[in-house]
Design a protein. Structure first.
Length: 199
């Protein structure tokens, strides 16, 4: 990066672009950073004084480091651009539906219908979202559906360990079986938060 660009915001901006373009060929990455640095330098040379607000304005007009990196990577045919994040409200609705399936399953009678509906609608929203990569969607789906296998296994283990399967052991098996779905929802939430912070 260019040492003639001493402003901390500029250094942070170019570092962020550099970090996000690690998969570019070295020469192409150096060229991209040099072009960006030169553009920023020329633009700031015309602005007197180059205070923080001016620097921020110049950087905002360039776009986010992630957007610049995505464009450069797409130009080279490396990977695909990161999608734009969904609204926070839609993300929260998706995650809430996914995580609420367990507590809803415990509601007498109505839970037998509400829990699957919550899970299915949450999964549909998850798969319709462009916010998460396919790999994340598959991993989350497998973890969310894991209680179908883990609950009976845990119930069997507890039945053998306690010489019978009483209500407490059954509830314990169900609760333990929902650890992986909760992990899935936490990972989805972190992925969405990272996407927002990268822009």
């Amino acid at each position: 990066m260019n040492d003639t660009l001493p402003h901390p915001l500029v250094r942070a901006f170019l570092s962020a672009v550099d970090e996000r373009t690690r998969t570019l060929p070295d020469e192409r990455r150096r060229e991209l950073l040099a072009d960006l640095g030169e553009h920023i330098e020329v633009t700031l040379a015309d602005a007197h004084p180059a205070d923080e607000a001016t620097v921020r304005g110049v950087l905002d007009r360039l776009g986010s480091p992630q957007a610049i990196a995505d464009a450069a990577l797409a130009e080279e045919g490396i990977g695909s651009p990161r999608p734009e994040p969904e609204s926070t409200a839609r993300t929260l609705v998706t995650l809430a539906l996914l995580v609420l399936a367990f507590p809803l399953a415990l509601v007498p009678l109505a839970g037998l219908a509400l829990a699957p509906i919550s899970l299915v609608v949450g999964l549909v929203l998850l798969w319709k979202s462009a916010q998460w990569a396919r790999r994340e969607q598959w991993r989350a789906t497998l973890l969310l559906l894991s209680p179908v296998l883990t609950a009976p296994v845990l119930a069997g283990v507890l039945m053998v360990a306690t010489s019978g399967l009483g209500p407490t052991a059954l509830l314990a098996a169900l609760t333990l079986s929902w650890i992986l779905p909760v992990v899935a929802v936490v990972r989805l939430a972190r992925s969405a938060a990272r996407l927002r912070s990268a822009l």
